[in-house]
Design a protein around this ligand. Structure first.
Ligand SMILES: [Zn+2]
Length: 311
């Protein structure tokens, strides 16, 4: 059921190349390596954001420096609240015991679940729920049917999503969901299927060949959207945000975050002499998307700016 769902989404979603895919694993800190038979779960690593931006289309970078978190994050929080209001339960003890070698104790102890009866599912998340039979809102799993709570593989799958949330935070998860759901989904699918084969192997009296390395502080410091913005600003020079149009004498900020213009680069028309005039007026601060008149001093043409991001 999960596999059919995937092909539907991959076709329509923007797909990262495999290099960027592994960068996403580094960002989340969850690395499921099927070929080497290892799962490493470490604290998330924001240092890979500039590399992700270099590997992704321009609009991804623009979205990452946007101080407004993805709208989907609010609907995930809303749905989580709805489920909690209705009442959720602890993971059954037998499920916890079986999965304890594969998930950090805080994940198994803090995650709760309920069934979807009477809960509304946000449109953007409908496919997840319909195809998987369950959906995860941060640390709350909503099953479509009570019977599915006997399905160990489905628990392992949804708990991998809980782990992703606990590492990325809801905003970054929502962002990743909207640009490339497959990177999160294939991780959950790989982890769950490896857990199942590991459990089967143990049941047959074999020694497990699959190793789990879980750092002790995993899930304690989820990434905030503000941290994402700041890391992304390291990859996108503020001067790239400012456009200059000498044809109709206008200038503006094309980025979704505010930018401080620190200097105006201009060329003398008569001899091509280039100089930078410091900008220290209140008009030097450009809010997101702001534009206005461009005033070149007589005999000069403005060719660009020096600028700084606001933190
Ligand atoms: Zn899933």
């Amino acid at each position: 059921m999960k596999k059919i769902f995937l092909t539907l989404l991959i076709a329509s979603a923007f797909t990262l190349n495999s290099n960027a895919q592994s960068l996403v694993s580094q960002l989340i800190g969850v690395d499921v390596d099927v070929n080497r038979g290892t799962v490493n779960i470490n604290p998330p690593n924001l240092n890979v954001i500039p590399k992700i931006i270099k590997n992704a289309p321009k609009d991804i970078g623009q979205a990452l420096i946007n101080p407004m978190a993805p709208v989907l994050a609010s609907s995930i929080r809303f749905s989580r609240g709805q489920a909690l209001n209705r009442g959720t339960q602890q993971i059954p003890q037998n499920i916890k015991n079986i999965l304890s070698p594969y998930f950090p104790p805080n994940i198994l102890n803090n995650t709760t679940w309920t069934t979807a009866n009477g809960l509304s599912i946000d449109g953007a998340l409908n496919n997840w729920f319909n195809q998987e039979g369950a959906i995860t809102y941060d640390d709350v799993i909503v099953f479509s049917d009570q019977q599915l709570t006997n399905n160990i593989e489905l628990w392992a799958h949804e708990l991998t999503h809980v782990l992703q949330y606990s590492q990325m935070g809801v905003e970054t998860f929502a962002f990743q969901y909207s640009i490339n759901w497959n990177s999160l989904e294939s991780q959950a699918r790989d982890n769950a299927s490896r857990i199942m084969s590991n459990l089967n192997s143990i049941q047959q009296g074999n020694n497990p060949k699959w190793t789990y390395n879980i750092a002790p502080n995993v899930g304690e410091n989820p990434i905030t959207w503000n941290q994402i913005n700041n890391a992304a600003k390291l990859a996108i020079p503020a001067s790239d945000c400012i456009w200059v149009n000498n044809q109709n004498n206008t200038t503006g900020n094309k980025c979704p975050c505010s930018v401080m213009v620190t200097g105006v680069i201009m060329k003398r028309i008569s001899d091509g002499f280039v100089t930078t005039m410091p900008c220290n007026e209140s008009t030097c601060l450009f809010q997101a998307g702001q534009y206005g008149p461009l005033l070149s001093p007589p005999g000069f043409v403005i060719t660009g700016v020096t600028a700084a991001h606001q933190y």
